[in-house]
Design a protein around this ligand. Structure first.
Ligand code: SAM
Length: 223
């Protein structure tokens, strides 16, 4: 762990937005899934939720050094409607990207509120049930011959509007993560090989030095 790498990790974690997320409902193409996570990383989304496609699993790539999968936690959910309700119970507004009678232009929403963007499957879109359960339905206006955007393009368009609003509101100016979570993530990002060993042995992560260095004891004796 170089001091530069550690500084970069701290800088990125300080910009993470725990109150902004996406819920991918049966997004089945790995390149779309990966592109959405890459945008999440760029905007500062901390956590994404994914409902696996009916005939498959949540698409994943082996994490290569440049891949966003390493930096955005993906939590699996079995069903979009129950995931929507779970988020709402936590005070999160769920905005379904869905064309319906009540759809509004995505720019009309307030993304400084705790928000989750519900994205639909490439083939079917968001189900009517999940769209009904959501707090609002939003669309990106389309003026061309084609009816819809690629799901990763739609995700990026909306997430960067959220970033714009949050920047204006000063939400990137100070860390949004509670101190304990910040310390946990800092260790896990800095020492991804060591962190699972601590978890398996149910030991707390050691406190790191100012430049990310391990305490001498942890260097010589691993859990
Ligand atoms: N045939 C599908 C339908 O009727 O919804 C098209 C799905 S579209 C290719 C895949 C996903 O991209 C949608 O479920 C939505 O999440 C997002 N999307 C695409 N175009 C959009 C737009 N103009 N506004 C909002 N979301 C859009």
């Amino acid at each position: 762990m170089t001091p530069e790498r550690f500084a970069k990790i701290q800088q990125v974690l300080a910009l993470r937005q725990p109150t902004l997320s996406v819920l991918m409902d049966e997004v089945n193409k790995p390149h779309n899934f990966s592109a959405i996570l890459r945008t999440c990383d760029a905007v500062g989304v901390l956590r994404a939720y994914a409902v696996p496609p009916k005939n498959g699993d949540v698409p994943t790539f082996n994490a290569t050094s440049g891949s966003a999968e390493k930096w955005v936690a993906v939590e699996r959910r079995e069903n979009a409607v129950s995931a929507v309700r779970e988020l709402q119970a936590q005070g999160v507004q769920v905005l379904a990207t869905h064309l319906s009678q009540r759809s509004v232009d995505y720019r009309e929403m307030d993304y400084t509120r705790p928000t989750c963007i519900l994205l639909g499957a490439e083939k079917w879109g968001v189900s009517d049930e999940a769209a009904d359960a959501a707090d609002a339905n939003i669309i990106i206006p389309m003026f061309g011959m084609v009816q819809s955007l690629n799901v990763s393009v739609a995700a990026a368009t909306i997430l960067f509007e959220a970033q714009r609003q949050r920047l204006a509101a000063g939400m990137y100016a100070a860390s949004q993560l509670p101190a304990a979570e910040l310390a946990r993530l800092t260790f896990e990002w800095a020492y991804p090989d060591l962190a699972p060993l601590y978890r398996e042995s149910q030991e707390s992560y050691p406190a790191l030095g100012k430049q990310g260095e391990l305490p001498v004891a942890a260097e010589t004796q691993q859990p």
